[in-house]
Design a protein around this ligand. Structure first.
Ligand code: ATP
Length: 238
């Protein structure tokens, strides 16, 4: 596999008992891509994300992160992934700084680099003004920013965001989408969602999963080109 590819997934499958939740999917993520992983509830998005992050063992298939095989060298492969789960744990009684320091240790950021890494993540996620506040006292939008900050603390090549705007108000949704677009300039991103406008607002490519199978994959540029050509055809017909 090409080592310049950030994520390479081959024939990835996962059973729960007899139910095939993810069915032999193949895809790649290249540098500069924000990939929208779109599908209805129960389609297999979270199961796929959890396998890619190394938190759930596949039943079959291969995953490489930055050229490192997840099954052979899980620790090294995981070190290049940042992950915001669908329902992140909220440490309500910790301040933002305390929580990010705790996460930096979990991510094995060395003592000498920890302060700088935390400041960088706070700056990118707009958290400098709230660093001494208790997480439990922050709005849901700010709590999601803290979740994204912990995902980028160790400067991973890939950031995986599972349904990052669920439960937010329209203003918070706009801010988190802006943040995702900004992060896409420096990280490969997979955004798992069932909201089409979210993909349109943030992604460079969209991939649709339904009943565990990948049924569509196209760049947003190609989709827009097709839409434009259809509109032109309609216009010339009138
Ligand atoms: P949602 O948007 O609702 O989270 P999803 O696309 O993320 O949906 P998954 O959570 O991956 O879908 O679920 C895929 C299928 O696997 C569903 O039918 C679900 O019921 C099933 N499933 C998920 N987790 C488990 C589990 N731990 N045990 C058994 N079945 C599961």
């Amino acid at each position: 596999m090409d080592s310049k590819i950030l994520i390479s997934v081959e024939q990835l499958s996962r059973y729960y008992g007899h139910q095939l939740a993810v069915d032999h999917i193949d895809f790649t993520l290249s540098p500069g891509e924000v990939l929208g992983f779109l599908g209805p509830n129960g389609a297999g998005k979270s199961t796929t994300m959890q396998m890619i992050t190394g938190n759930l063992a596949p039943s079959e298939g291969r995953i490489e992160i930055n050229g490192i095989d997840m099954l052979d060298r899980p620790r090294q492969a995981k070190s290049d992934i940042g992950y915001l789960p669908e329902q992140p744990p909220v440490y309500r009684d910790l301040t933002v700084d305390e929580y990010l320091d705790y996460c930096a240790r979990l991510h094995r950021v060395s003592t000498g680099k920890r302060g700088q890494a935390i400041n960088h993540a706070k700056r990118r996620c707009g958290l400098l003004a709230v660093n001494r506040r208790l997480i439990g006292n922050l709005s849901k939008g700010y709590q999601q920013r803290v979740g994204i900050a912990q995902a980028i603390l160790h400067n991973p090549a890939v950031v995986i965001l599972d349904e990052p705007t669920v439960g937010l108000d329209p203003n918070q949704i706009r801010e988190i989408r802006n943040l995702i677009r900004e992060l896409g300039e420096t990280h490969g991103i997979i955004l798992s969602t069932h909201i089409l406008p979210e993909v349109q607002a943030t992604c460079t490519r969209v991939q649709i999963i339904n009943e565990g199978r990948l049924v569509f994959s196209q760049s947003m540029q190609e989709i827009e080109k097709q839409l434009v050509s259809h509109v032109l055809v309609l216009e010339t017909r009138e």
